[in-house]
Design a protein around this ligand. Structure first.
Ligand SMILES: [Zn+2]
Ligand SMILES: [Zn+2]
Length: 278
């Protein structure tokens, strides 16, 4: 039996390696986590995708690398008994994804659910691609937001995800010419209701700060709604480089506490989820 974590123990539930679109090895991430004082590190590379969504295999762990990915994780975990390392994936939601996700992520303990893609598999677009923002220009930010929220609520309902990563990723370019003009409150209400009704957790992500935004993912208005709806919270950095592991997590705990959260939820190496006091 694992001993319970002390309040505000450093935990990072969202991290990447160079197997997907990160820039570090499992070993480098593990060393950075130990140096930062991290107790539990969840590895969540982007899961394998249908070829049409990522033809170059640039952002995902391609299917032929899945076994090597697992082996590299296991080697780093064995080399760092002082750190609790947990194997997971960040899984994109798209139409018809459920069977693919279940097959490609077999053996994972944690599945983050993400909406980065809007539209059909063969006729959609990434909403967070700095090199290709055509969906933002064509639909405009208000319509991207509406479709994002609708897609996100459907993703909550697929019963595969432990926690929903960066719940309002549609904020991504709001300081870069694509801010919504509509009142987001009705969309936030729908999102909080979907999370509550489906029993999914949501992530408080420190990554938004590194993207030049002036709030977390989710923004305060949405986080307040999640809190009122008693939706459990996980906290992650979404680190793509080793130096960002655990970055901002202590501040995020304080922010969550200010917003009324008394606990965050943490996956443990025995397969359980623990409520850690803030
Ligand atoms: Zn993501
Ligand atoms: Zn991520």
């Amino acid at each position: 039996m694992l001993s319970p974590l002390a309040p505000r123990t450093l935990v990072d539930t969202h991290t990447h390696t160079s197997f997907s679109d990160g820039d570090a090895t499992f070993e480098e991430n593990a060393r950075a986590a130990v140096a930062a004082g991290c107790a539990v590190l969840v590895s969540t590379d982007h899961l394998t995708l249908p070829a049409v969504m990522d033809p170059a295999g640039a952002v995902q762990v391609v299917e032929s690398d899945l076994a090597a990915h697992r082996a590299a994780f296991d080697a780093a975990a064995a080399a760092h008994p002082e750190l609790e390392m947990i194997y997971g994936f960040e899984c994109d939601w798209y139409e018809g994804c459920e069977e693919r996700i279940a097959a490609w992520s077999a053996g994972a303990q944690v599945r983050l659910g993400s909406v980065h893609w809007l539209g059909d598999i063969d006729d959609g677009a990434w909403i967070d691609d700095v090199d290709d923002q055509h969906i933002w220009r064509e639909l405009g930010p208000d319509e991207v937001w509406r479709r994002y929220a609708e897609t996100w609520c459907r993703a909550c309902d697929c019963a595969l995800f432990d926690t929903m990563a960066h719940p309002d990723l549609a904020q991504r370019f709001s300081c870069a010419g694509f801010a919504p003009t509509i009142d987001l409150a009705p969309l936030w209400d729908q999102m909080a209701e979907a999370a509550r009704d489906t029993g999914v957790r949501v992530e408080l992500s420190t990554a938004a700060w590194r993207k030049g935004l002036s709030d977390y993912y989710p923004a305060e208005g949405l986080l307040a709604r999640f809190q009122r709806a008693e939706v459990p919270l996980t906290v992650g950095s979404d680190a793509h480089v080793a130096r960002d592991i655990c970055r901002g997590i202590a501040d995020a705990y304080a922010h969550a506490a200010r917003m009324g959260y008394r606990h965050v939820e943490v996956p443990r190496a025995d397969g359980s989820w623990e409520r850690m006091p803030l």
